[in-house]
Design a protein around this ligand. Structure first.
Ligand code: ADP
Ligand code: MG
Ligand code: MG
Length: 251
């Protein structure tokens, strides 16, 4: 599904290398987690996959089902089946949440050569998916994320993800700033999208999200590289001992 090879990334504005050769392979239907200390390059990895400005890829590749993502525009990456839920969801004043979702869904269907959903079909699907995320009708009418609480914004990101039906979902610290109940709702929303085919990369600073979204593989990132890979037990090791032991072990 997602294959990242020797990804090296710096900043466009400054001479600073952030990613120093990231290797990561995620198979169909797999859930991988990346954990790691602050500043290790987790968010940068997700930004580069999304095609955010300001980063310069100096080496390596990132393919989705064999297609090079790094050559695509952000909208082409989305059409190819990539979705990113960001640590800080953006507010879009003046654009209603429902209008935004419908535009995004139909743009993506068009890019995939599928027919647009009618207003009625769309409404039915969005209401059904919103309900499972406890997003009420009022939140669907308001401008995207404007005045939403942290938890509401994250749930809204998961709603976007559910509506777009991506193949590869990347979630960057979707749990940060959430109370336990909001985190559980987010995790349930993600789990509802697990179908054995769709793949997930869950980036998190803390282990607790992984109690609810059970990963197949856990990676530890430090200083711009993945330094250790293991099973779910690796997340528990971090929870109990912090990163110090692992970092010492890998030098
Ligand atoms: P993480 O998500 O693991 O906490 P980040 O990917 O956000 O780490 O950051 C990795 C490193 O790159 C940090 O040292 C951070 O300060 C630096 N960095 C990332 N983006 C920028 C930027 N736009 N300008 C300056 N430094 C940046
Ligand atoms: Mg950070
Ligand atoms: Mg981050």
């Amino acid at each position: 599904m997602l294959n990242i090879k020797n990804l090296q990334v710096g900043l466009e504005e400054e001479n600073k290398q952030i990613l120093k050769g990231v290797d990561l392979e995620i198979g169909e239907g797999e859930v991988h987690a990346i954990m790691g200390p602050n500043g290790s390059g987790k968010s940068t990895t997700s930004y580069v996959l999304a095609g955010k400005d300001g980063y310069e890829v100096t080496e390596g590749s990132a393919t989705l089902n064999g297609q090079e993502l790094l050559d695509m525009e952000p909208d082409e990456r989305a059409a190819a089946g990539l979705f990113l839920a960001f640590q800080y969801p953006v507010e879009i004043p003046g654009v209603g949440n429902m209008t935004f979702l419908r535009t995004a869904v139909n743009a993506q269907r068009k890019a995939r050569g599928e027919e647009e959903l009618s207003a009625g079909e769309f409404l039915k699907v969005v209401r059904e998916k919103a309900k499972t995320l406890k997003i009420d009708a009022d939140m669907l009418k308001r401008p995207v994320n404007v005045g939403f609480s942290g938890g509401e914004k994250k749930r809204n990101e998961i709603l976007q993800m559910a509506m777009l039906e991506p193949k590869m979902c990347v979630l960057d610290e979707t749990d940060s700033g959430l109370d336990v109940d909001a985190m559980k709702l987010v995790a349930e929303g993600v789990n509802a999208l697990r179908d054995g085919k769709r793949s997930f990369l869950v980036i998190t600073h803390y282990q607790r999200l992984l109690d609810h979204i059970k990963p197949d593989v856990v990676h530890i990132m430090a200083n711009g590289r993945i330094v250790k890979t293991g099973g779910p037990e690796l997340a528990l090791e971090v929870e109990n001992n912090g990163y110090a032991d692992i970092l010492a072990e890998v030098g």
